[in-house]
Design a protein around this ligand. Structure first.
Ligand SMILES: *Cc1c(COP(=O)(O)O)cnc(C)c1O
Length: 386
């Protein structure tokens, strides 16, 4: 090991907040989604720094596992990913803006064209630069990004479009894929079938993680899983079959003893009803440990009224009082005395507190927990056998 590596692992061992990313679980999850995608090819969505896991390491692991189609949100993400996924096709979901075209060409990135303005600009670019692939995003009811369906169908017939206009993919996105019972799924499927037929000979892609579980009809040529490969829940009300990938932990700074009747944290939201021991850890809402997981005083939260939980050596420990910017307090009264000490780490989410359970306690979704870790954490990559 070089000195440099030593320094890194020392940082990890004493970091206030640390994230362990299990690349073996990540790769397993991607293979799992590839199996569930049947005959379709399976891309990997690595936007938002691979859902907080780190686009460099996650992207490379997925490329080495065989992923050859990637989706990123921005051109910057695409430029970074290109170094780790040399022969992959990289689609940029935000599309192309005047002034960014060189970066697309130099890094071999494929813009996803999703509005009339982008389409007009892209046609002008092609007139100057000649052949270059693009993808077309067609809106089938989500009303976020995408060409209007009539526009997309008209474009196929439009003889005035440049000969060099060569989409390699038409895509759309489901609004309610996480709810298998929603009639919206069928409606969008029917609309997208029209698009897919009109663009005969060009690959089609409709679904993200959740939609893969809706079955073969929805798979088309390419699926686009994100959250499921990072171990998060895609479908509401279904037991999550994916392996957890990320473990977030925070270091205990102090364990203190407090008497019954005293209060804890801002606003005195928690009044202790028994003599208690409290562990104060160095993670707060600035580290993505959302204030809404506090034990009390957060009116927005409904799913888990008592707040979030951490985990330490076989014990679940509840958050005590309000979570603050840099610090969170856990009630460790039920642990054997002296089991937990300053310098130990409490799991915030991971194998024992599933990220989606932590998210529910915060009134949000696993996606937001994973992508909210902020700037202060240290990361380590491992590859654990199942
Ligand atoms: C984020 C995103 C995905 C991946 O979604 P998951 O629910 O994380 O699987 C796929 N397609 C598009 C267009 C997206 O924006």
């Amino acid at each position: 090991m070089t000195d440099f590596d030593d320094d890194l692992s020392n940082d990890f061992d004493s970091a206030p907040v640390r994230l362990t990313v299990d690349l073996a679980a990540l790769v397993d999850n991607w293979h799992d989604m590839a199996r569930r995608s049947g005959k379709a090819r399976t891309a990997a969505v690595v936007k938002a720094d691979a859902y907080g896991m780190g686009i460099e390491d996650a992207g490379e692991a997925l490329f080495l596992a065989g992923a050859r189609d990637f989706f990123v949100a921005t051109v910057d993400e695409g430029v970074t990913l290109r170094l780790y996924a040399p022969e992959a096709r990289i689609f940029v979901l935000a599309g192309i803006w005047p002034g960014t075209e060189r970066r697309f060409f130099e890094n071999d990135l494929v813009p996803v064209i999703s509005s009339e303005e982008q389409l007009a600009f892209w046609m002008a670019v092609l007139a100057d630069y000649g052949d270059y692939p693009c993808a077309l995003h067609v809106d089938t009811g989500f009303n976020r990004l995408g060409l209007h369906i009539d526009e997309a169908l008209a474009l196929v017939e439009d003889v005035s479009r440049p000969a060099s206009f060569a989409p390699v993919l038409v895509m759309s996105h489901l609004a309610c894929g996480d709810d298998p019972a929603s009639p919206m799924n069928r409606q969008q499927l029917e609309s997208f079938r029209k698009v897919s037929r009109a663009y005969e000979g060009i690959e089609s892609s409709l679904v993200a993680s959740a939609g893969i579980f809706l079955g073969d009809d929805y798979h088309f040529d390419l699926t686009r899983p994100g959250i499921s490969i990072y171990g998060g829940e895609a479908v509401n009300g279904m037991v999550n079959p994916m392996r957890p990938v990320a473990t977030a932990e925070a270091r205990v700074i102090q364990v203190r003893t407090v008497s019954a009747g005293e209060s804890v944290s801002y606003g005195r939201a928690l009044r202790l009803t028994r003599d208690s021991r409290l562990a104060i850890v160095s993670a707060g809402y600035a580290d993505g440990y959302m204030r809404s997981q506090s034990s009390g005083g957060v009116p927005l939260r409904q799913a888990v009224p008592q707040g979030g939980q951490g985990f330490f050596e076989g014990y679940k420990v509840p958050v005590a009082g309000r979570i603050t910017m840099d610090l969170t307090i856990f009630d460790v009264t039920d642990l054997p005395e002296n089991l937990i000490r300053a310098g130990d780490y409490i799991e915030l989410f991971g194998k024992n507190i599933l990220v989606d359970d932590a998210a529910r306690a915060a009134g949000t979704i696993g996606y937001e927990m994973l992508t909210s870790m902020g700037l202060r954490h240290e990361r380590k990559y491992v590859a654990e056998d199942e």
